[in-house]
Design a protein around this ligand. Structure first.
Ligand SMILES: [Zn+2]
Length: 125
């Protein structure tokens, strides 16, 4: 998908992929400090509950707009527009769109791969 985007002058960067429990614990503790204990889980899943544990989730960024990494401003980048139009044909779907049923904060950078039977089963059962 990154190679296809590059042909359209879109430079996707993977800023986070698989995370083990130790890394997720560290990120969750950071979120508790940054957002407060009661709001941390809106932004970072508690250890054991992150899609990043599956190895199918990616946080993507626009190389030309690093100031929007992991920020809501990412949705206004050329990379985000390209992803919305093209990621589904590469087997990816946005995990946490606006108003998602999980109640997770809107994350226009977080995409999960559902393009293989095992992955689809993981997220659509
Ligand atoms: Zn993510």
């Amino acid at each position: 998908m990154c190679e296809t985007a590059q042909k359209a002058a879109i430079h996707l960067v993977v800023i986070s992929g698989f995370r083990d429990i130790i890394l997720q614990t560290a990120l969750y503790k950071e979120a508790q400090i940054r957002h407060g204990i009661e709001f941390a889980s809106l932004w970072v899943a508690p250890p054991g509950h992150s899609e990043h544990h599956t190895g199918y989730a990616l946080d993507l960024a626009d190389k030309n707009h690093p100031e929007t990494d992991d920020e809501s401003g990412f949705e206004d980048t050329p990379a985000a527009a390209w992803l919305l139009a093209n990621a589904p044909s590469h087997g990816f779907e946005l995990s946490f769109p606006q108003g998602n049923r999980q109640g997770v904060g809107y994350e226009p950078w977080h995409w999960r791969f559902c393009g293989a039977p095992t992955a689809r089963k993981r997220f659509h059962n």
